[in-house]
Design a binder for this molecule. Structure first.
Ligand code: TPP
Length: 354
């Protein structure tokens, strides 16, 4: 069958909000913190794009710009004891989780001072201290890891949650179905957080999926599944809190489909021929940072002076992170195989006899 005959027309639709109108306000400090976190992510990544063009950051770079409300809202609802598993589009999650920006920027540079000692780079950010289990280049690769972490917690009777972020593209992978099935069957404490930004590289969701209601797929495995407006940080946080509470109480896994959109290309090597500029512009009207800023200003929660102070603090933090990364050190070439292969052991007597 030719691609032409199977093609679903790509329309410039903007899905409407899917969960109840809006959640109640969460308090001034809390909302300002959410805004601050989203701005940190946005500006960190804008700086990364600049540094990439300047050749300071190498390899692949996948930006999260536009999707910040998902990582910030979800991670505000989780505790330090919980674990986080993410994808290669994970700078936002790493920052929201509390990995210091300087250590993240050093990782982007491939410097030893990075949170993964410069071995991971943009796609493999890892930090044991904050229970941040990566960063994974394999689409769907984090799902079985999350299930394994949750299985360990269940076996050790530790009442904590493993949150697993993945894209809509992962839903097409066998690992998605294997992971949801086992998590539901064994009632594991995993919170599946699907970031549905409508595209897997250049493939729009309805070109790859017969069922585009992704929460319905989770419900078919007999776990609660809900679709949430992923452009509204307040709704993301409230939905995550509800779902995580159920998981923590031993109710087994839960699934949220967070409907969002990436404003930038898939990676730095993407001509974006698969979507109309007008579609991107329409989604930008719902920019999570713009939406929250407007709401805070209209309700009198944030003054221009408070917003300017946040902007200044983010800009200072980014300058400091770049300085830290610039002053960092590259690993010596002679050490590159260190920790990759185990040192050779003398052959045992039984091996010699074989
Ligand atoms: C198993 C596997 N297949 C294919 C790829 C190539 N690939 C990299 S990103 C990507 C799209 C994934 O899209 P999605 O899961 O929706 O995440 P998004 O990039 O939209 O955040 C693909 C197919 C891969 N990295 N791993």
């Amino acid at each position: 069958m030719s691609d032409e005959s199977t093609a679903v027309p790509v329309t410039a639709t903007v899905p409407v909000a899917v969960s109840p109108a809006s959640e109640p306000a969460m308090g001034r400090e809390h909302e300002l913190r959410a805004l601050h976190e989203m701005l940190r992510i946005r500006q960190f990544e804008e700086k990364c794009a600049e540094l990439y063009s300047a050749g300071k950051i190498r390899g692949f770079l996948h930006l999260y710009i536009g999707e910040e409300a998902v990582a910030v809202g979800a991670l505000q609802a989780l505790g330090r004891e919980d674990a986080v598993v993410a994808t290669y589009r994970e700078h936002g999650h790493a920052l929201a989780r509390g990995i210091p920006m300087g250590r993240l920027m050093a990782e982007m540079y491939g410097k030893q001072e990075g949170c993964s000692r410069g071995r991971g780079g943009s796609m493999h950010v890892f930090d044991a201290e904050t229970r941040f289990y990566g960063g994974n280049a394999i689409v769907g690769g984090g799902l079985p890891i999350a299930v394994g972490l949750a299985l360990a917690d269940k076996m050790q009777q530790r009442p904590r949650v493993t949150a697993c972020f993945f894209g809509d593209g992962a839903v097409a992978e066998g690992e998605f179905h294997e992971s949801l099935n086992l998590a539901a069957l064994w009632k594991l404490p995993v919170l599946f957080l699907c970031e549905n930004n409508l595209y897997a590289m250049g493939t729009r969701l309805e070109r790859a999926q017969s069922q585009t209601d992704l929460a319905a797929k989770a419900r078919s495995y007999l776990m609660p599944g809900e679709a949430v407006d992923g452009m509204d940080v307040r709704q993301v946080e409230a939905a995550t809190r509800r779902a995580a509470d159920g998981v923590r109480r031993g109710g087994g896994p839960a699934f949220l489909e967070l409907r969002t959109y990436r404003f930038r290309a898939h990676s730095m090597f993407d001509a974006e021929l698969y979507r109309e500029k007008s579609e991107v512009e329409a989604w930008k009207e719902r920019d999570p940072i713009g939406v929250l800023t407007r709401r805070l200003k209209e309700s009198g929660v944030a003054t221009d002076a408070a917003l300017a102070a946040i902007a200044q603090s983010v800009s200072d933090e980014i300058d400091g992170a770049v300085r830290f990364a610039e002053n960092g050190t590259f690993e010596r070439v002679e050490d590159l195989a260190k920790d990759v292969y185990t040192p050779s052991e003398p052959r045992s007597r039984s091996q010699e006899l074989r």
